[in-house]
Design a protein around this ligand. Structure first.
Ligand SMILES: NC(=O)c1ccc[n+]([C@@H]2O[C@H](COP(=O)([O-])OP(=O)(O)OC[C@H]3O[C@@H](n4cnc5c(N)ncnc54)[C@H](OP(=O)(O)O)[C@@H]3O)[C@@H](O)[C@H]2O)c1
Length: 227
């Protein structure tokens, strides 16, 4: 099978790339850099999803798309400039929309599946998350809407992680104290590893997920449902 992982060069996306390769699949990664995956047998497309993504229109056929770029800009709401909301929408939502539109014909041809990433902060109100929760909330709506519009040809799902140990979350777990506090906040008393999230993403885009569409699934150490 042939999969496109946008943002497959770091964090959760890199873990997706590695799991797909282990499964013997063909993987194309699109991201701004490739230094962390230059050793892997993949095709790399240098691309910024906030800019022109027309290069992604060239695929003949794709069996799946995993779209990973995202942000965590945490601040008190009164200090959030409207520009921050716009930037978060640009990356998380418009980036996903442009990417899906560019690859739609190839996904249709390959009976493909799309996985997007939300956050636990959409279903659980969390202070300082107004911007990212707004953008990811839009992404959840997009997930369900596209899943309905393109069934039965293309499946569309989202994963809503809680804090996961990736470059994006580095500043939130940058010392032992911060890490311990974050672990203690989760009912399962640990934060996520990239592979904890990536294994579900790969399940969803693969044949294993053939009867799953329109879902937003929490992979969050119990954070969204347990007290
Ligand atoms: N980590 C968490 O705690 C957490 C929690 C909740 C939700 N999430 C969500 O899960 C998803 C994956 O997160 P992550 O932690 O793995 O993020 P990450 O470590 O920042 O990795 C993001 C990937 O996207 C690429 N990327 C970023 N901006 C891009 C752009 N403008 N154009 C093209 N590629 C771009 C990065 O590569 P380049 O830098 O090379 O472009 C990288 O490969 C995100 O949507 C995030 O919002 C993460």
């Amino acid at each position: 099978m042939k999969y496109l992982v946008v943002g497959g060069s770091k964090g959760i996306g890199k873990a997706c790339t590695e799991i797909l390769l282990e499964g013997g699949h063909e993987v194309i990664v699109a991201s701004r850099s490739n230094s962390e995956i230059s050793h892997l047998p993949i095709e790399h497309i240098e691309l910024d999803v906030t800019q022109d993504v027309s290069e992604l229109e060239d695929f003949e056929e794709l069996n799946g798309l995993i779209f990973c770029p995202g942000s965590i800009n945490l601040k008190p709401f009164h200090r959030m400039d409207i520009e921050l909301f716009k930037q978060d929408m640009e990356l998380n939502v418009y980036g996903a929309i442009k990417t899906i539109q560019a690859t739609l014909p190839a996904l249709k041809k390959g009976n493909g599946s799309v996985v997007l990433f939300s956050t636990v902060a959409v279903s659980q109100g969390m202070p300082f998350h107004a911007s990212v929760a707004s953008a990811k909330g839009a992404l959840e709506g997009l997930t369900r809407s596209l899943a309905a519009e393109y069934a039965p040809d293309i499946r569309v799902n989202a994963i809503a992680p809680s804090l996961t140990d990736t470059p994006l979350a580095e500043s939130l777990v940058s010392n032992d104290k911060k890490r311990e506090v974050s672990e203690a906040r989760h009912p399962l008393k640990k934060i996520g590893r990239p592979e904890d999230i990536a294994s579900l993403a790969v399940h969803l885009v693969s044949e294993n997920g053939v009867w799953i569409s329109g879902q937003v699934i929490g992979v969050d150490g119990g954070m969204s449902r347990l007290r």
